[in-house]
Design a protein around this ligand. Structure first.
Ligand SMILES: Cc1cc2nc3c(=O)[nH]c(=O)nc-3n(C[C@H](O)[C@H](O)[C@H](O)COP(=O)(O)OP(=O)(O)OC[C@H]3O[C@@H](n4cnc5c(N)ncnc54)[C@H](O)[C@@H]3O)c2cc1C
Length: 269
C-alpha cells in the first residue's frame, strides 16, 4: 500500500512510500501468534514498523510495514495484555477506569502501543516501560528484564505485536493533572514533539536555545518559539529534506556552542 507520509505524520513532512500491511485477521495470527511460524519468526524483524506517525520522518522509506488488527485489551488475571494498535488514549482510559498505576502520562501523548514501547515514551520519570511485564516481539514473549530499554528507546529490535502490564491499583489523578499542566506549555499544530533526546544532565531545549536555534525556521520548518526542542511545521511544505537540513544545522550549532552531540529522538526512516 502506498502511503503519503506528509499526511501520515504529525509533522506533515515525508515522502510517499510503500508499506506492507500485516493484518492479524488475514494472516490468521492467533493470540499466541502461532500463525507467524509460517512466515518464520524473524520475518517481521526485517521491516521498519510504523505506528501512528507521531515521531517519524520518512525520507528514505525503506522496508516499511504496519500492523493491523492488534487492537485488543485483555485482562489476564494478574496482567493486562494490550495489542500494538491500541491508541495511547484508550490505554489511558482503561487504566484510569480500572484504577491501575502506569498510564497517567498518556492522557495527551499521541501514539499507539507499538510506537510507545519502541520509543519508551514518557514524561519526566514516568515511562511506558515502568509497569511493563513483557513484550511480544516478532511473535515471541520476552520478559522486560531481557529487553534493552533506555531513555526514549527500546534498543531490542523487531516488531512489537503486544505487551503485558502489571495490574497495580492506584491510578493517580494528581499525576494526571501534573502531566496535563506540562502539556499546556507545548506548541500545537503540525509537530513531532521533541526532536532530540535530552543528553544526560542537560536539556536539549536549553542547548538549542543557547545555540540560537529557538525560533529558527527554514521554509516554515523549525524549532518552536514556545518550546525550543519541539520541531514544528508552520507552513505547507511536505518535503522531509527541509527538516533534515534544520536538524543537521541544529546539531552543528549545539556542538559548536557546547561540545555536546545531540541525538535525534525523532525516528528518521
Ligand atoms: C504533540 C506531541 C507531543 C508528544 N509528547 C511526547 C511526550 O511527552 N513524551 C514522549 O515520549 N513522546 C512524545 N511525543 C512523541 C510520540 O507521541 C511518541 O514517540 C509515541 O510513542 C509515538 O507513537 P506512534 O504510534 O505515533 O509511533 P510512530 O511515530 O509511528 O513510530 C515511532 C517509532 O516506533 C517504531 N514503531 C512503531 N510501531 C512499532 C511496532 N509495532 N513495532 C516496532 N517498532 C514500532 C517506529 O519504527 C519508529 O521508530 C509527542 C508527539 C507529539 C506529536
Amino acid at each position: 500500500m502506498l502511503v503519503d507520509f506528509s499526511k501520515h505524520s504529525s509533522l506533515g513532512l515525508g515522502i510517499s512510500a510503500e508499506v506492507k500491511i500485516f493484518d492479524r485477521e488475514e494472516l490468521g495470527l492467533d493470540i499466541d501468534y502461532k500463525g507467524l511460524k509460517e512466515l518464520g519468526l524473524n520475518y517481521l524483524g526485517k521491516f521498519n514498523f510504523i505506528g501512528r506517525g507521531n515521531n517519524i520522518l520518512v525520507y528514505r522509506g525503506e522496508k516499511l510495514a504496519s500492523l493491523k488488527g492488534f487492537d485488543h485489551i485483555l485482562d489476564l488475571g494478574n496482567l493486562i495484555e494490550i495489542g500494538a494498535n491500541v491508541k495511547s488514549r484508550d490505554m489511558f482510559k482503561y487504566f484510569k477506569e480500572h484504577n491501575f498505576i502506569g498510564a497517567e502520562f498518556l492522557a495527551h501523548l499521541p501514539g499507539e502501543l507499538g510506537g510507545l514501547i519502541k520509543m519508551n515514551a514518557g514524561m519526566k520519570d514516568y515511562e511506558i516501560s515502568n509497569m511493563l511485564h513483557s513484550c511480544n516481539i516478532n511473535g515471541k514473549w520476552v520478559l522486560k528484564e531481557e529487553l534493552d530499554f533506555e531513555y526514549r528507546a527500546l534498543k531490542t529490535k523487531g516488531a512489537i505485536l503486544a505487551a503485558r502490564f502489571l495490574k497495580i491499583p492506584g491510578f493517580s489523578k494528581n499525576l494526571e493533572a501534573i502531566c496535563l499542566k506540562m502539556r499546556a506549555n507545548q506548541p500545537g499544530g503540525k509537530t513531532c514533539g521533541s526532536c532530540f533526546k535530552n543528553p544526560k544532565g542537560n536539556y536539549a531545549g536549553k542547548l538549542l536555545e543557547d545555540a540560537g536555534m529557538k525560533g529558527f525556521f527554514v521554509k516554515g520548518v523549525g524549532f518552536s518559539e514556545k518550546h525550543a526542542n519541539f520541531l514544528v511545521n508552520t507552513g505547507k511544505e511536505t518535503n522531509p529534506d527541509i527538516a533534515l537540513e534544520v536538524i543537521d544545522l541544529a546539531k552543528a550549532k549545539v556542538f559548536e556552542k557546547s561540545g555536546i552531540n545531540l541525538e535525534c529522538e525523532l525516528a528518521l526512516l
